[in-house]
Design a protein around this ligand. Sequence first.
Ligand code: FAD
Length: 446
Amino acid sequence: TQTLHIVGGGMAGSEAAWQAANMGVQVVIHEMRPKVKTFAHQTGNLGEMVCSNSFRSDDDEQNAVGLLHWEMRAANGLIMATADKHRLPAGGALAVDREPFAQTITDSLKSHPNVTICYDEITHLPEDGHWIFATGPLTSSALGQAIQSETGAEALAFFDAIAPIIYADSIDMSKAWMQSRYDKGETEEEKTAYLNCPMTKEQYEEFIDALLTAEKTEFHEGETAGYFDGCLPIEVMAERGRETLRFGPMKPVGLTNAHKPEEKAYAVVQLRRDNKLATLFNIVGFQTKMKYGAQTQVLRMIPGLQDAQFARLGGIHRNTFLNSPTLLDAQMRLKTKPNIRFAGQITGVEGYVESAAMGLLAGRMAAAEILGQDLPSVPQDSAMGALIHHITGGAEAKTFQPMNVNFGLFQPVEGLKGGRRGRKDRYKAYTDRAKTAWSEWISNFS
Ligand code: FAD
């Protein structure tokens, strides 16, 4: 009963197993491949990268994902050590040679005295024992159904429909204004939930032209899905008719431009607060499959967003993920079955690095629990803490969609200037503060 079972040997499961095993806990990894395949994985190896071979920026002073690298290295992370070992030249990014990478992850875990690997598919949520489910964006369908019957169908999604997210401080408030449609909302929080960007007829027509001609990404083979109504990409809405958006997410009704009350906007783009800190706003109803370059260009045509900085660009993918803010506690345990933790992309983080990071935390937390050790909560000022805090409570549950690590998730550092120069100082202040906080938390384990 003191064994830790980890389901899924991807980025998160491999890291969780390594961390727990190094703390002296017996670990069994259950991996369904190669017996049961996914459309994206090619091998039976653990830690397989399913698409690009990049861990993104390695800059730990100016980039939030680089900071996450730093924190994982400081915690003796297997994914980072192996990535460093098989690093390929790629400028400031950390690119890796994927085959030897996955082979080394597999070998490291196979040869670990505390780890056993079982090649089997788990299709239910056990009542007892210690479990971490790290089954990723392509969780097998039998397990997906078992999770849904525990959580309710609404709480587990099979596709993400990500609208772009913008840093609040890059929105031009001399053009945008704060107002909820028909001034709905009682509390101050509800009243400050929406920002609006007005468009004239001419701006709207240009915007539609740009949407129609923008480059789009295709679904991967095997990933195809009928779009669900309610989450159609904006470019598909525009293809259905030039007026569709003006009667959909861009409808101008119930809003008065605070800067020009006498002028009726022809269309309005609404942004909704995305986190409790109010540092991030998403563009309401703007899920899109436009390529990243095209997306930034087209979205900066929106008045007020001409200098927008994006914390996350939009997309639609096959992606199994939980509504973590409602389902998980601060230690990533399922509230209704606390013997079960979730980790990795299924918790609503996005990307190899973020998934491995949540695996690292889940592995350490589960091992500490088994060993009867008390852990202080993960400091919110670290990148790890900012991310886990976001998914387990900081994010708005109603509109929860997967998230990359980014500085918008951090509590602001006071007393720093705005602008480009100010941003550099701010990021350095975030990363310095994070390193101190993380080093202190990690020292609890020695
Ligand atoms: P995974 O790495 O997918 O690991 C989950 C593991 O669980 C798998 O090995 C799977 O076989 C196993 N499993 C599933 N169900 C069961 C079960 N019932 N029983 C036992 N085992 C099971 N991220 C990026 O950073 N860059 C990219 O370019 C990128 N491209 C992507 C392209 C596609 C098509 C997809 C689907 C995802 C992509 N991602 C990308 C996201 C990436 O897959 C994840 O960020 C990362 O792999 C998630 O790690 P994880 O450990 O949560 O899941």
